[in-house]
Design a protein around this ligand. Structure first.
Ligand code: MG
Ligand code: ZN
Length: 221
């Protein structure tokens, strides 16, 4: 086995231990934790903003925003009146579990019901790093192309839900929704599917109702 592979496996197993520790901590606190992943520009921050507006009077929410270099996303989210903490990955293309452990310490977890993590915009390695979340949600947008499930199978296998964002732009693209969903379901038969537009709000409530239900189930468990 090459040295590089050995190092990668050591990093992943250390991450897995940290993720399990996070998961235990989140369960004890009764907070539902969601890891939002997508490629760059799929609309994660806009989706978070609308999700917060829809749910902040119904659930106690906080956000951990991962970003390569800036605080721009965290600043946008903060304006919606929920606590936000920023992980600056300093160029690294994913968040790791130990960073979530540190960031989560900024909040009173016992008081929270929903903790949303905005991962770094990247379809490859975020799927490999368990953060201790309850659900992974992937956002694909209609401007990206429907061939993504075949290109990034791990991401689709790991997710509980797939959001198809920017459905308002469908008439201007050649995105084939049926093909994308069929390919995604071949990889993950239990995948929930939410077509919506975070910009216009079309289809959004079906998603936030589901998210609220998941958070309430976590609370009861
Ligand atoms: Mg963003
Ligand atoms: Zn990475």
């Amino acid at each position: 086995m090459s040295k590089e592979l050995t190092i990668e496996q050591a990093v992943l197993s250390e991450n897995a231990r940290n993720a399990e520790s996070n998961r235990g901590r989140f369960r004890r606190a009764g907070v539902h934790v969601v890891n939002l992943m997508s490629g760059a520009g799929a609309g994660k921050t806009t989706l978070l903003e609308r999700t917060i507006d829809k749910l902040k009077d119904r659930l106690r929410i906080a956000v951990i925003a991962g970003d390569l270099e800036t605080r721009r996303d965290a600043d946008r989210i903060e304006r919606h009146g929920v606590p936000v903490t920023q992980i600056n990955t300093k160029g690294a293309c994913h968040i790791e579990a130990h960073q979530i452990a540190d960031a989560a310490s900024e909040f009173d977890l016992e008081r929270l019901e929903l903790l949303l993590i905005e991962n770094v915009g990247n379809l490859v390695c975020p799927a490999e790093f368990d953060l201790g979340e309850a659900d992974k949600i992937m956002i694909l947008s209609t401007t990206e192309g429907h061939d993504k499930p075949g290109k990034y199978p791990l991401m689709f296998k790991e997710c509980r839900a797939l959001i198809l964002n920017k459905i308002d732009l469908l008439p201007y693209t050649n995105f084939d929704t049926n093909a994308a969903v069929a390919d995604a379901k071949l990889l993950n038969a239990k995948l929930e599917f939410f077509p919506l537009s975070a910009r216009t709000g079309e289809g959004f409530e079906v998603f936030t109702d589901w998210l609220e239900k998941r958070a309430r189930e976590a609370r009861r468990a």
